[in-house]
Design a protein around this ligand. Structure first.
Ligand SMILES: Nc1ncnc2c1ncn2[C@@H]1O[C@H](COP(=O)(O)OP(=O)(O)OP(=O)(O)O)[C@@H](O)[C@H]1O
Ligand SMILES: [Mg+2]
Length: 405
C-alpha cells in the first residue's frame, strides 16, 4: 500500500500524491476532496485552465491520447495513484505504467474494457451474464444491415469508441439504405480509426439509474459497497440534464439495479468508484447499459444528498482509506446548465442571485474558460423535503440562470 492509507503534507518530503488524467468538473471535485485530506494534486488535461487545474498544486497540458506524453508526465511526477477522469486516454500507456508498478485507478484493464463498447458489452453480457438490450456488432455496412435485422427495429448504432452520445444513429424501421447511412455516420463520429459499431435494440425507457458501487481496502482485503443509486433523465437529449436521489422506483427494481452495479464493479476489480448506467424499460426490464470506472456526472447530486459525496468516496478509496457506506441525508436533485452559444470567453452567470434565494439551492460553477455550444458550464444542486420538491427547485433555479458574455 506504500504511502497511501496515511496522510501527509503536500509539496513536502513523503507527500501522498494523486495525478488526475482529465481535469473536468468531476476531477475538480475529486481534487478538492483530496486537497482536504492534505494530498498533493497534479492535474493533466489537453487545455489550460481546465476546472480541476484551478484547485491543483501543479498541472500539465498534453495530448492524453499520446502514450509518450502520458508516460513522460507520470514518470516525472511519480504519483501514488493515477486517476483517469475521462475516457480519451492512451490506454497502452496506462498498461505499461501499471507494469512498472504505478497504481492505476481502478486498473488498466478495467479502463480498457469500459472505454470500448464492444469489449464492454461482451464482458457484461457474455462473461458476467448480465441482462442487456439485444445487441449485435458490425464492421461494414453489409454486416450492419444483417445485425440490425437480427436485433430488430428501432435500433441504435454506436461507434465502438466515443463518448457523450457522439456517433449514435437510430434506425426506426427496416431499410438497408438507412442502415448503411447510419453506419457511415456512426464510424465517422468515432474516436480513433475503428470501423466497428455496436447495434442495440432501442428500448422505451421508464427511467435511468446510475449505480455508484465502490471498492476500497478494508482490514480483510478489498470490499465492494453498493449504496443507494441515483436516478436521472435526459429529456430526449443524449446529455444528462437532471438527476435525483433517492430513487422513487420500487425497492425491487432498485435492488436489481444495485445488483447489476455490484457485479460490474466486482467484475472489473481494482479500487475506486464506478458509475454503472442501468436502464429500467417501460416493459419492466432492468438492464445494464454501460459503466464509467470513475465518478459519474449524474452523481453530482450526491454533493447535497449524501454525507460522503461520490467524489469523497472516490478520493478515500484511491487514498487507501476506509469508506463506510454513505448515508442519504435528504432528498436532492441536480440540474445541469449548458451553454447555448459557442466561443464565449470568460462567461458570466446572470441570475445566480435569484437562484440562490431559493431555500436549499446551491450551484457549482466549473470555471471553464470558454464555452462551446452544448458545453456544460455549471450545475444547480437542491435539497427538498421530497425528491419532487428538490427537482422543482433545481429546475426553477436553473431556469433563472443565463450564461452571458
Ligand atoms: N439502446 C438504447 N435504447 C434507448 N435509449 C438508449 C439506448 N442506448 C442509449 N440510450 C440513451 O442514450 C443515452 C446515452 O447512451 P450511452 O450511455 O450509451 O452513450 P454515451 O456516449 O456513453 O453517453 P454518456 O457519456 O452521456 O453516458 C442513454 O443514457 C440513454 O438515455
Ligand atoms: Mg452513458
Amino acid at each position: 500500500m506504500g504511502k497511501r492509507s496515511r496522510l501527509s503534507t503536500p509539496l513536502f518530503d513523503g507527500a501522498v500524491k494523486l495525478l488526475l488524467l482529465g481535469g473536468g468538473e468531476l476531477g475538480k471535485e475529486v481534487a478538492i476532496e483530496a486537497q482536504r485530506l492534505g494530498t498533493e494534486v497534479v492535474v493533466v488535461d489537453r487545455y489550460d485552465w481546465a476546472p480541476a487545474m484551478h484547485v491543483a498544486h501543479r498541472h500539465y497540458v498534453i495530448d492524453m491520447l499520446n502514450p509518450e506524453a502520458v508516460k513522460a508526465v507520470v514518470r516525472r511526477e511519480r504519483p501514488d495513484a493515477v486517476v483517469p477522469e475521462i475516457e480519451a486516454i492512451a490506454v497502452d500507456a496506462l498498461e505499461e505504467l501499471e507494469e512498472e508498478g504505478y497504481l492505476i485507478i481502478p486498473n488498466a484493464k478495467a479502463v480498457k474494457i469500459a472505454m470500448n463498447r464492444v469489449e464492454l458489452r461482451r464482458f457484461a453480457a457474455e462473461v458476467l451474464g448480465l441482462p442487456t438490450t439485444r445487441y449485435g456488432f458490425a464492421e461494414s455496412p453489409d454486416e450492419a444491415v444483417d445485425a440490425c435485422d437480427k436485433v430488430g427495429y428501432p435500433c441504435l448504432l454506436k461507434p465502438e469508441m466515443s463518448s457523450s452520445g457522439h456517433g449514435h444513429a437510430k434506425v426506426v424501421e427496416p431499410s438497408p439504405s438507412a442502415v448503411r447511412e447510419a453506419y457511415e455516420y456512426s464510424v465517422r463520429h468515432a474516436r480513433g480509426k475503428s470501423r466497428r459499431v455496436i447495434i442495440e435494440e432501442f428500448v422505451n425507457l421508464e427511467t435511468e439509474f446510475t449505480v455508484l458501487p465502490y471498492r476500497y481496502v478494508s482490514d480483510g482485503g478489498v470490499v465492494t459497497v453498493t449504496p443507494e443509486p441515483v436516478e436521472h433523465w435526459r429529456y430526449g437529449e443524449y446529455h444528462y440534464i437532471e438527476s435525483w436521489q433517492p430513487s422513487t422506483k420500487s425497492r425491487e427494481v432498485v435492488e436489481k439495479a444495485k445488483e447489476i452495479g455490484r457485479r460490474v464493479a466486482e467484475g472489473l476489480g481494482g479500487l475506486g468508484i464506478f458509475g454503472v448506467e442501468v436502464f429500467l424499460t417501460k416493459d419492466g426490464r432492468v438492464l445494464f447499459s454501460e459503466v464509467a470506472p470513475r465518478p459519474h456526472d449524474t452523481g453530482m447530486v450526491t454533493m447535497v444528498t449524501q454525507d460522503l459525496s461520490e467524489f469523497a468516496v472516490h478520493a478515500r478509496c484511491v487514498l487507501g482509506l476506509p469508506v463506510p457506506e454513505p448515508r442519504v441525508l435528504t432528498p436532492g436533485a441536480s440540474y445541469a446548465v449548458y451553454a447555448d452559444e459557442g466561443n464565449v470567453w470568460a462567461p458570466k452567470f446572470e441570475g445566480v442571485y435569484d437562484a440562490l434565494k431559493i431555500d436549499g439551492v446551491n450551484v457549482r460553477v466549473f470555471g471553464k474558460p470558454f464555452t462551446y455550444e452544448g458545453r456544460r458550464m455549471l450545475v444547480v444542486l437542491a435539497r427538498g423535503e421530497t425528491v419532487e420538491e428538490a427537482r422543482e427547485k433545481a429546475r426553477r433555479a436553473a431556469s433563472l440562470i443565463k450564461i452571458t458574455r
